[in-house]
Design a protein around this ligand. Sequence first.
Ligand code: URA
Length: 261
Amino acid sequence: MASQQESDDHRALSRRALRQKLEGLQGAGVTHLPKRQNTSAQRMPTADVPTAPPVKSAEAAPIPRHPAAARPPSQLVQLDLVRHEVTACVKCPHLAAARTQTVFGAGNPRARLCFIGEAPGADEDRLGEPFVGRAGQLLDKVIEACTLKRGDVYVLNVLKCRPPENRPPRPDEIANCRGYLERQLAILQPEYICCLGATAAQALLNTDESIGKLRGRFHKFDRATVLCTYHPSYLLRVPSAKRDVWEDMKVLMRAMGVELA
Ligand code: URA
């Protein structure tokens, strides 16, 4: 039979091995582990729990940590963690059941400027990228008029799932998705955010003011400077509003120090 001293040593070694494993995972960018489901079907009876063989203390000597292990996970790793959660999300079961796929966001994660739209449409749902349909083509023109390219900015939506028949997102859907948007922005840390349309502007700024009142002046979200303008889909319906969007973009580009031709 093992002496008390031996079983104490054994427990200390298991704890150390577990700590090293967790530090290794943390160094690789893993910040959360799934909680084991607390169902009796999954819980093992104590007698069946395999015991690790005792490890000689030389084998269990602490491994010197690589300096990289202390660094926070890279921006891409952090974004990927959120992306995986979004992909598996079923907080809105009706949207999850109807979607082809989630649409996380795309672009340059180091961009100074993020564009936030409303929700994926049919094209985005099919291709898994934001703003790839007709509204997206118009957004591309706006970005080009600002002398920028898609690859210079990051584009994302308030909702990551397509609402049926492209109806506007409901408040409960926006609330369910808000955490993902906030985490994306916390990782991306854009200096500037351009909200496209009322849904994005109201969701980000937590207001019910109309887009007509919100546009044309700067707002703040965390450390980012926010400008709101009309949604490209609105411009497809009301082309005369393009002039207003261009005025807004000029204000934004001036603030960013981007020279327009
Ligand atoms: N409209 C949006 O708001 N987002 C898209 O991705 C496409 C259309």
